[in-house]
Design a protein around this ligand. Structure first.
Ligand code: TYD
Length: 209
């Protein structure tokens, strides 16, 4: 017996942060959680103390920061290893509910489909890093790459966000394939925020009731 592990995936600008805030406020009174369980909101990269430093290294968009794709993969994996051992595992063992903004499949989508790295290497690393930790539910918030870019028009892009539309198209196609293969909950995130929240809540009720 342990807590539940929920992951929200999708390309940049799909509204993960807003939706995670909404469901983490709703879940404690949803009747799904035990009264003594807590909600742990977290994210990748940067879900642990050490990982916050790795997040800075990964996302700094300063023109100097240009890691080789394999180096990038290893840093995302190191961040995940620390996140799992220091945050996710201990929380699940305390029966808490963990909601993570991104997890392993972001690596498959961005470094695998986006950067074109060998997916077998990515999966091997995933096995080493994740051990027995797997999401109980992954929700994919789907938007088009065009909408992703339009929504971020006034935001300074981080290193990954500045890759441009072709990269984002590959990542998005990757996410769609993974979502189908793994039978994720797919929710259209181009709808009104409230409608997206309602659909997420429905799928949580369906899965955990
Ligand atoms: P995110 O926190 O979603 O960005 P923001 O806070 O701006 O919404 O994610 C940071 C970036 O890292 C995002 O562009 C996706 C990328 N990323 C990968 O390339 N591989 C990974 O394994 C993960 C977890 C994220």
């Amino acid at each position: 017996m342990r807590g539940k592990f929920i992951v929200i995936e999708g390309i940049d600008g799909c509204g993960k942060t807003t939706q995670i805030k909404e469901i983490s406020e709703w879940l404690p009174n949803s009747g799904l959680m035990h009264k003594t369980s807590k909600i742990i909101k977290t994210r990748e990269p940067g879900g642990s103390e050490f990982g916050k430093k790795l997040r800075e290294i990964l996302l700094a968009n300063n023109g100097i920061n240009d890691p080789d794709p394999l180096t990038e993969l290893l840093i995302y994996s190191a961040d995940r290893s620390e996140h799992i051992s220091k945050v996710i595992k201990p929380s699940l063992n305390r029966f808490d509910w963990v909601i993570s903004d991104r997890f392993c499949d972001s690596t498959l989508a961005y470094q695998g489909y986006g950067r074109g790295l060998d997916q077998q290497i990515i999966k091997q690393l995933e096995n080493i890093v994740c051990q027995e930790i797997k999401p109980d539910l992954t929700i994919f918030l789907e938007i088009s790459p065009e909408m992703s870019i339009a929504r971020r028009e006034n935001k300074i892009p981080d290193r990954i966000e500045s890759e441009g539309i072709e990269f984002l198209q590959k990542v998005n196609e990757g996410f769609k394939l993974i979502a189908k293969e793994k039978n994720w909950e797919i929710i259209s995130a181009s709808q009104e925020i409230k409608k997206v929240s309602a659909e997420i809540k429905d799928s949580l009720l369906k899965h955990f009731r």
